[in-house]
Design a protein around this ligand. Structure first.
Ligand code: SAH
Ligand code: MG
Length: 199
């Protein structure tokens, strides 16, 4: 298995930036991702974690976001489970994880992001938000997870489009909110991958 064969929504340039930031987190604390899907970004971060003695927690209920559902723009019929009439990216993710030999470094949490955050106590070196794109989902991910990032740790947000012509608003809105909070400074914007550092 090569990363290029893993289904997902991250391009190579974004993948390189993601790996670069993950590398800086090993001394700060574990990494956490919201939005596993089939594991594309998780395996990129996991590879870095393996080299740097760190781990990644990756959260997804695996029933897909709005745009992945049957009949929607990003629906992939390979990931639709006919038996339960439901979108389900978990089998494909587990297959990719097994083939990658990263199972000791990528720890899946098959659960809702908000529910998981309620009991979370581990300080994090990096939080990567790539989950639901609704305003409610994006806001909840930012509000619930940003406080768990340690000082000098990183907040990454995918699908940040400053120009409305390029894509939906909520990820860009939480990116602005993070900067306006005074708790984060902008480090980079690589295509739609935004990197902020906790001050
Ligand atoms: N990071 C992936 C893409 C993630 S797609 C990659 O690199 O390819 C977004 C994912 O977020 C979907 O799999 C969806 O199931 C998940 N998701 C959406 N809302 C969620 C929520 N509230 N809790 C957990 N996962 C959620
Ligand atoms: Mg994305």
């Amino acid at each position: 298995m090569t990363l290029n064969t893993v289904k997902g929504f991250l391009d190579n340039t974004e993948g390189k930036e993601l790996a670069k930031i993950a590398k800086q987190c090993s001394k700060l604390g574990p990494c956490l991702e919201i939005g596993t899907y089939c594991g594309k970004s998780a395996l990129i971060i996991g590879n870095v974690c393996k080299k740097n003695k760190n781990i990644l927690f990756t959260i997804d209920h695996h029933t897909g976001s709005e745009e992945h559902q049957l009949g929607e723009e990003y629906h992939d019929s390979d990931l639709f489970d006919q038996n339960i009439s439901c979108f389900n990216s978990l089998p494909e993710f587990l297959r990719n994880l097994r083939e990658s030999n990263l199972a000791n470094f990528v720890l899946p949490l098959v659960a809702d992001s908000e529910e998981t955050s309620k009991n979370w106590e581990i300080p994090l070196g990096m939080v990567f938000i790539d989950g639901g794109h609704s305003r409610e989902s994006a806001n909840a991910d930012y509000t619930n997870w940003a406080p768990h990032i340690v000082k000098s740790g990183f907040l990454l947000i995918h699908d940040v489009f400053p120009d409305p012509k390029d894509g939906g608003r909520p990820p860009y809105e939480i990116f602005c909110k993070a900067k306006e909070s005074g708790n984060f400074e902008e480090i980079s914007l690589t295509r739609s991958l935004a990197v902020l550092k906790k001050i």
